[in-house]
Design a protein around this ligand. Structure first.
Ligand code: CTP
Ligand code: CA
Length: 224
């Protein structure tokens, strides 16, 4: 199947994309987050919009320019992101979870700034696990095509394949984050695309914008 023909399958499809690292509040001046820049999610939103999809972006990063034609909504925490995703999940055809969702959040959010040397000093900050948004979509999905990422420093394809199965995803974009110059915050990346129906597709180092176009093409080839 030619790429041009496949990409036309994306036209008018509703695609939900999450982007950026979630922020998990400790108090009004502190939070826990990660190194995700949101670049890959925004590049995917742009590529999908250019292919004629209706794109909804749920982002943690309000300072980034929203690609033309994309509807954006901003959230901070994993719980807020999950709520926003669930609200429109039933109406979309494809979900791409490009966000780096924090695995943990503080057990409690303090309404006032925590002061050093007081009883609630942060030296014993307690964390609890966040829900796995992608895995919960995997349990609920009907017609939706689910795409996740896997950020790994080692045993990339093994761990990524486990995520494909465990989260009931249809595609995993595996991302080697052991190399400082690639991945998080870089304009470049190299990924391996895993699905249930084809062999791993290795996309070598390229600009995130170029990779995004290829990933949207691959998604188009897989959706009916
Ligand atoms: N993800 C999610 N909700 C979470 C954690 C991750 O939806 N609470 C999604 C991410 O958006 C990504 C995929 O799951 O699409 C894989 O994220 P990753 O951090 O690589 O995997 P985890 O399942 O969190 O496992 P670990 O960090 O232990 O490798
Ligand atoms: Ca994680």
């Amino acid at each position: 199947e030619s790429i041009a023909h496949a990409t036309s399958k994306i036209k008018n499809k509703k695609i939900l994309i999450t982007a950026g690292g979630t922020k998990e509040r400790i108090d009004p001046v502190r939070y826990i987050t990660n190194d995700s820049s949101g670049k890959m999610g925004y590049a995917l939103a742009k590529a999908a919009a250019l292919a004629g999809a209706q794109v909804y972006l749920i982002s943690t990063n309000a300072s980034r320019v929203v690609p033309h034609g994309v509807k954006a909504q901003y959230v901070q925490s994993a719980l807020e992101m999950q709520q926003a995703v669930k609200k429109i999940f039933a109406t979309v055809d494809v979900v791409i979870m490009a966000a780096a969702v924090s695995d943990y959040r503080p057990e409690k959010k303090w309404s006032k700034k925590i002061k050093k040397g007081t009883a609630n000093d942060l030296t014993d900050l307690k964390l609890v696990k966040n829900p796995d948004i992608l895995a919960s979509l995997g349990e609920e999905k009907q017609h939706q095509y689910l795409v996740g990422f896997a950020a790994e420093t080692n045993d990339l394809e093994t761990y990524a394949n486990q995520k494909l199965t465990r989260k009931h995803a249809d595609m995993i974009i595996a991302n080697d984050v052991s190399k400082q110059e690639l991945g998080f915050n870089s304009d470049f990346n190299a990924v391996t695309v895993l699905t249930h129906s084809s062999k791993p597709i290795r996309l070598p180092v390229a600009a995130k914008s170029q990779l995004a176009t290829k990933i949207i093409d691959l998604i188009a080839q897989h959706i009916s």
